[in-house]
Design a protein around this ligand. Sequence first.
Ligand code: ATP
Ligand code: MG
Ligand code: MG
Ligand code: MG
Length: 427
Amino acid sequence: MLLSKYFLPVLKELPAEAQVISHRLMLRSGMIRRQASGIYSWLPLGLQVLQNIINIVNHNMNKVGSLEILMPCIQPASLWIASGRFENYGKEMLKFQDRHDNTLLFGPTNEDMITEIFKNNIKSYKDLPKNLYHIQWKFRDEIRPRFGVMRAREFLMKDAYSFDIDQASAVQHYNNMYLAYLQTFRDIGLNVIPVLADNGPIGGNLSHEFHIQTENGESTIFYDKKFLNLINSKSLDIEKIQSLYAVAEEKHDPTKCSLAPEELASSKSIEVGHIFYIGSKYSKVMNAVVNDKHGNLVPIEMSSYGIGISRLVAAIIEASHDDKGIIRPINIAPFCVSILNLNILDSKCNELSRNLYAQLKTNNITVLYDDTEERVGSKFATHDLIGSPYQVIIGPKGAIKNIVELKNRKTGNIEELDIEVVCGKII
Ligand code: ATP
Ligand code: MG
Ligand code: MG
Ligand code: MG
């Protein structure tokens, strides 16, 4: 991508509307723009991060055998009346009437709808287990939308739903998804901490949330310090991991925690995922039953699994930035490399920049080539702000000798290199 052709409306001023760092940086780097309270447009740089996260989530869902579907964002109230949740869900649900006076709602989640799809189409234990997911915009009329896309009203969620014949296979399924979640966050480039959590209005009695530790998180988690080693080790031992103390704030009970104070860690955090073993709560009330081996009709065992895709875009920035801007984990970076041509009037600078740009593209490395007339200082600031993992800086003095600078955004380390070897260093 040529920067001269791109749409990157960076802001020099600190946006007054933003309190937390990720919100400020997302506005400043031209990733999002606010349309109404808790409702945002995604500009090219932000949308690309969203799409990169979606790709990683898709990959890991497919690996674990979850099949992608797409349910609508508008749902009929009748479904929620059938499941008994219509009255209970409360003010976060946005309801409205169509021209025929049917009550509709903007879906805050999809358990009710998926249960109906399941019950109308699956009749036998032979068709189980099944696992379906979709990635769809949700709406929750949050009482205090804030922190940009972190606590928005309209937000993108991946929600998966699993169906099993009995409790044993449902728990096994849940644990496979738990591991798939750990792998997904790892692939994104994040350290997450899975903690025991409440099931809340979704229902059921086993649940884990996945949290990122940050200064500005709205949540608090408590965990055994040994947890970090286990979670970051190469092979994941689920039994060991789940046997250690790690809980969300509402589950923390100092009288039940046997850890000594020096063994217990606590921190502010952001909830980026949440999985629920629901059991037969929905299948019983909505009569989603299948024939078991013996010909008896039994309610199916369900679980649901959410990832806050749009919240993740902000949470990753909370976890990875410095005072100059965003530091992108490589797997979700919109551009792996920024090329900074420091003088577009210099023919040698142009030649080297254009050649490297072509070479990177041939090697399928995403690249943003700054071919603008901006001042050198402003170029440095822009690319530090948007956070491409690598910058190649091409100035007239080095260019005559085919020498350029390769800067690692995360470490700040700069190497002077012959232009020929730059591409190889990045791969
Ligand atoms: P929170 O505790 O932050 O209100 P939640 O527990 O209500 O979230 P879930 O119902 O568990 O949310 O939904 C699954 C995921 O969707 C959450 O883990 C979170 O990542 C994301 N999410 C929930 N609410 C929002 C929101 N208002 N804005 C952005 N993402 C959200
Ligand atoms: Mg909530
Ligand atoms: Mg929560
Ligand atoms: Mg939750």
